[in-house]
Write a protein that binds this ligand. Sequence first.
Ligand code: BGC
Length: 753
Amino acid sequence: MTDTDAPPSPADLLARLTLEEKASLLDGSDFWHTQPVERLGVPALMVTDGPHGLRKQDGEGDHLGLNASVPATCFPPAAGLASSWDTDLLRRVGEALGRETRAAGVSVLLGPGVNMKRSPLCGRNFEYFSEDPVLAGDLAAALVQGVQSQGVGTSLKHFAANNQETQRMTISAEVDERTLREIYLTAFERVVRAAQPWTVMCSYNRVNGVYASEDPWLLTRVLREEWGFTGLVVSDWGAVNVREDGVRAGLDLEMPSSSGAGAQRILDAVHAGTLSTEALDTAVLNVLNLVEKAGPALADPGTFDVDAHHALAREAATRSAVLLKNDGGVLPLAATGGTVAVVGEFARTPRYQGAGSSQVNPTRLDDALSALRVRFEGSREITFAAGYAPESEDANTDLVREAVAAAAAAEVVVLFLGLPASYESEGYDREHTNLPPTQLALLEQVADANPNVVVVLSNGSVVNLEPWQHRVRAVLEGWLGGQAGGSAIADLLSGDVNPSGRLAETVPVNYRDNPTVGNFPGENGQVRYGEGLLIGYRWYDAHSLPVAAAFGHGLSYTTFGYSGLRLVPGPDGLDVHVTVTNTGPVAGSEVVQVYVSDVEATVFRPEQELKGFARVTLDPGQSREVVVALDRRAFSFWHTGVGRWVVEGGEFGIRVGASSRDIRLATTVEVPGDGVRTPVRADSDLATWLAHPAAGPVLLQALAGTPWHDLVFDAHNGEMMRAIPLLRLTRFPGFPLAESDLPGLLADADAGA
Ligand code: BGC
């Protein structure tokens, strides 16, 4: 090849590879690299974790976050980012992640993770976005677009139904298809369709008995054929079970390296004729395509601005925090005034990210205590008492005494509480949602000493608020704020930035209220998704349960009014227009949430479901019209009878609110249906036959004038009669149709369906 020759295309390369080289390309070369083929100039690519920062290991590799990695910006993990409900922010964070990935010579960032927060106990909830698939999908799509705009790829994970850490490598998620489609696959689908991630990472677990890593339905039929995914499927680290079954199902790349074992199995299967060369070539081509896509960025890595990324991490953390409560406007803290007692070790030693494979070595680390001291220097005295040692189970009486004294001497107390690192992690689930007893006891004593307590929380998954929130005046949920979370908290407490986060998950009154009780984390290798569609707020709404903090809730230092709801036909279907006005004293951002309800349906529909949202920033007194587009999918359900999305025509409710429990405006709309009827079979019940547009009238005619007609439509017994399968009715003495008439009737039904 001369310098002026174009590099060979993936198809050319494929044609020149030996069988052994092909098999080797489907395996990693170590923990983080793919295999090169030096003979043909195919380079090894590097892929690394993780969703909210780069974890590039230069030394010994591991996928559990144990060994060191090079410094990188640690953005807030997904639990925080999702609470921003801000696609523009997610895109900008994605761009920054992409720049760092590219500058490090890494080709694929292993994230984001869009698994649903099925149970508040899942150890990895800090890394996931939401209990709602539209919110998770749209935010993750923006992140993926941002990363990939920098010429590097993402890995959408963990596909699919990986909603717990207990037995994560073997458990079978038993989920009915409608629930899978409407809840557990939807976020993946939205990202694939909107952002085409370079790779998808299949999960460790089984779905309805089949390992995700060897499930042709999941990896090929749904992912590629239905959603149009064109990238590469990589295994989660160690998710491969039977390697050749994986290739056949659509799993292209095994990671990390199998030390040759995977390649050997592939070769043996090809030689034995049990794995086709077409299946092998398809997988190899996906690897070669990835290598081709990665080429330009590897040739020109570029740099990034550490300070600018830190500033973005700070902005992201301010937008991630959710003001849950603010009685009497105790926040923001006035610029001048009496002493502010900062209590709690987390103010000095922040808990800012979760444990496991996503753990980033930050470029710097802000703590809230220092940030508050700088912010109020010369205007308010800031005192500090640690109060507790995060990982200690026993209260330290000296620390408690100091904290109570500081609280008693102050005008206001800012009490930093949260989950110690050991309470939540990849690899295991939580057993409860409570804060540590030492912290709860401290809170009681501090609240006894001072009536003005503001709690700032540091946690990646929801904590129980109910036992104590009445004791304090304000609660600011800071999540795990990333490396700039400390300064972001100071920005919010001081009012330099107005809180704008909204909960992406419900906080139940008691975790025992949650929908998975009795079905989590499963038994005998299976976990049954018995709550079906009723994840998160769908469950609390269906059961009219009170919640500690509703999905979508979040306060601001200002207030917003809603007016002028109108529906306008739009390019995608229906545009929801609503005017939002900042009715309070300071600038702020509101998140407009659009929920759809199906007023009458022949299948079960949740009470309401989020189908769109928009964030708007307004000066005091300013109004703006916000438009949220709804496509037909927003009204549809997965019809198991016909195996596709169906809109059942009729009236739908459109609810516009500031949270799922704070609906401000509502209207209804008539949506035309798809006209889909449940197909009939010989053993379908009479009601189904009668409802069929083609077969129904024929049947009715046969019944007309016979005593069966009256029986079937009798006010008392008709319902019982109509529940009998037609096949069996034909055998009843005197029924006007015989079993032998059924083939003709079925043909009529098929022709007219
Ligand atoms: C995790 C993935 C991660 C991979 C590589 C696995 O244990 O489940 O999320 O990307 O390790 O570190």
